[in-house]
Design a protein. Sequence first.
Length: 512
Amino acid sequence: VKDFGIEKSLKNLGIKDENKGTSKGGQFFASGKTIESYSPSDGRLIARIKTSGESDYDQVIETAQKASKEFRMIPAPKRGEIVRQLGQKLREYKDDLGKLVSYEMGKSLQEGLGEVQEMIDICDFAVGLSRQLHGYTMHSERPGHRMYEQYHPIGIVSVITAFNFPVAVWAWNTALAWICGNVTIWKPSEKTPLCAIACQNIMIEVLKENNLPEGVSSVLVADHEIGQKLVDDKRIAMVSFTGSTRVGRMVSSKVAERFGKSILELGGNNAIIISKDADLDMSIIGAVFGAVGTAGQRCTSTRRLIIHESVYEEVKNRLVKAYGQLKIGNPLDENMHVGPLIDVDAVNQYQAAIEKCKKEGGKFVVEGGVLSGENYESGCYVKPCIAEVENSFEIVQHETFAPILYLIKYTTLEEAIAIQNDVPQGLSSAIMTQNLREAELFLSQAGSDCGIANVNIGTSGAEIGGAFGGEKETGGGRESGSDVWKYYMRRQTNTINYTAQLPLAQGIKFDL
Ligand code: UN1
């Protein structure tokens, strides 16, 4: 029943029944407690993992510190070559890794493969970038002086990731961190430890084939106490954190207290405005994929549709019809549109959100519910649902990581933009319109306040070439493309005097 080729993929990726959760870039070891990874797809125990203990932690940090001194001296384009080889291996392992992502996390196989593709894409991007870590040159105000700036590695970057993108977010961070000359320590979600072990196994091959020191790429499969250590540890130059706003707030202040750097990718509450001038066919597909893709567990998932009153009824009816056609089931089965939630806790949160929404006056036009019976034995499958709400409802202001879509009606575009912005989060946003004036207003400084604003595209599925991240309670961080690499380096301004005089800047005279 269970297979879909998963056993073979687990074997190819080096996953055993009993795994160890710490790696400094070579053989895995571990001294902590044992956890189990169950698939939300079929409820099966995939494997056990012995997690990292305190003593593992210190070893990992010390080895990373040592490796950092060596790795930073390798020329950036040569570091790019390492990342090129990782991209090549990811192409070879794409099917296996995509399948594991789908099986351990529960997203559809297509989306699992898509996630590995994001890893490949960021590797390609980083390889090119490794020859383009440019700074500016400036003209000095003093004669016989030259000024320029350069970017240097920062040291150890720790990457703390969530279950929903269990492999891509690691790659977004590490591909950039490595070409920038840093070493990395990954603490994956305890809900998807096998994805992390698989990625590290692939990276270990690259490290070995290039005789690189241990410590360039480390993994700690560990609980939040080790996470806390990473946050508090002065030896770690940057913490790149993806997760909830609640934890992100703590990470942000703790890292700031010790003047470390952080990149925060926290919650979203993403909306699509469907205007009177929208192409409705496109809008429906964009909205449905945005809301039910990854079972509503992307940071970029579409949570709210803000619909013009003149098309509201039509959009609602078409959504109800589309939801009626959704096939919910095993994510490895390519006929299914929607897979399970990550675990039973997530199912409980989904149910609580529905209850809360009803209490606040939400009217469900597509009812939710937990699925049971054949093929749903894991208890993690839920029905995507749709409710008509007010934007001001407490539950609507809150990010629930589940396929619950809220409908809100508007009259003027200014009102729609105000509704779209009137949530604490600011990650992704979109407008569906064929009207240039509307599109440009939405993108203007009086428009969307999000880090991502799209026209005639949904809220999810960003390409790696752009900077990814958002404002307000989303945390303000940016990852992946554009000039995001600068976060992973320290900037140095250099002024060189090639004369025999020492003129002071600002014309200051100081004679002895
Ligand atoms: C996330 O949900 O944490 O834009 C990342 C997207 C994906 C990345 C999502 N490229 O939906």
